[in-house]
Design a protein around this ligand. Structure first.
Ligand code: OGA
Ligand code: MN
Length: 295
């Protein structure tokens, strides 16, 4: 069966979130298939591959078709507590020995930052391009992942707003996103991760469209008083995450969801913390900082 991609919502939003059929991610893929997937990503920015029973090695091999992977080093987990390979982000509520983390476990509290709208690794000098998230174990209810389309959100701004924000440069840091939830870093952790600059409006190379590069990690705009910057970023985020721009993914075990962080924000939704939720993420790095990309 050849690879095909159909809109998840053909009537309401035919250009947003695609369902991929005709591919077994466990098998090596051809350059032709990689090209079709990249073209699908440029169009939809979120692709869903259902029923993929892959292990970590297969997820790594598939992900590497799209570029070099990030190392998933957490700032609050000690290396000896790591459950998975360095290139796999552990998106779960499990600690070592696969036990559910206690409610006040610092690693768990840190990971709750995923419930704020964000773009992956926007706090790194070169942020993420694609993320690939694979569902292993899911709670009985809750725990959806939502995606908001930053190209559509940009398009919907009026001309005055587009002109105002055209050249803004934001500062991104996990200190801002975690600070919103009242999570405290140690001084040592803080020094490890100084804020990085990112363009607020960027051009998505594959589609040529502009997109709003918002993220919970953005906490300042260069040349603007901080409260004014945060009020503006909040306002833009509120605009960009209205329901007409959002696709809510209801997970099934075996789903692999791939999204383009240059064109999407996403967030996790709450679930019962006494149940296991385990997903594994691989992340393809972008090739350079946003300030070095064509505007
Ligand atoms: C991520 C993330 C959301 C979720 O893996 O980058 O934000 O629903 N996950 O777990
Ligand atoms: Mn994320």
């Amino acid at each position: 069966m050849p690879l095909s991609i159909h809109p998840v919502d053909p009537v309401g939003r035919p250009e947003f979130a695609g369902m991929v059929a005709g591919i077994d991610v466990r098998r090596p893929v051809t350059q032709g298939q990689v090209g079709e997937i990249v073209a699908g990503m440029d169009k939809y920015a979120v692709l869903v591959f259902r029923g993929q029973q892959i292990d970590d090695e297969q997820q790594l091999a598939f992900s590497r078709n799209f570029g070099p992977l990030e190392i998933a080093n957490s700032d609050v987990r000690r290396d000896e507590d790591r459950r998975l390979k360095p290139e796999i982000a552990d998106v779960s509520n499990l600690g070592k020995g696969n036990a559910i983390m206690s409610r006040d476990d610092r690693r768990r509290l840190f990971s709750l930052g995923n419930q704020l709208w964000h773009s992956d690794s926007s706090f790194k000098p070169t942020p993420a391009k694609y993320s690939l998230l694979h569902a292993r174990v899911l709670p009985a209810k809750g725990g959806n992942t939502e995606f908001a389309d930053m190209r559509a959100a940009y398009d919907a701004l009026d001309d005055e707003a587009k002109a105002e924000i055209a050249d803004y440069v934001c500062e991104h840091s996990q200190q801002y996103s975690r600070g919103v939830l009242g999570f405290d870093f140690t001084d040592e952790e803080r020094l490890k991760n100084p804020p990085v600059p990112q363009r607020l409006v960027r051009r998505h190379p594959g589609s040529g469209r502009r997109s709003l590069f918002l993220s919970a990690h953005a906490g300042a705009i260069r040349g603007m008083p901080v409260p004014e910057a945060r009020a503006l970023l909040r306002d833009l985020t509120e605009h960009a995450t209205q329901r007409q721009f959002v696709y809510a993914h209801e997970w099934r075990a075996g789903d692999l969801v791939m999204w383009d962080n240059r064109a999407m924000m996403h967030r996790a939704r709450r679930y019962d913390p006494s149940e296991v939720r385990e997903l594994h993420r691989t992340t393809v790095a972008d090739d350079r900082p946003t300030l070095e990309q064509a505007a």
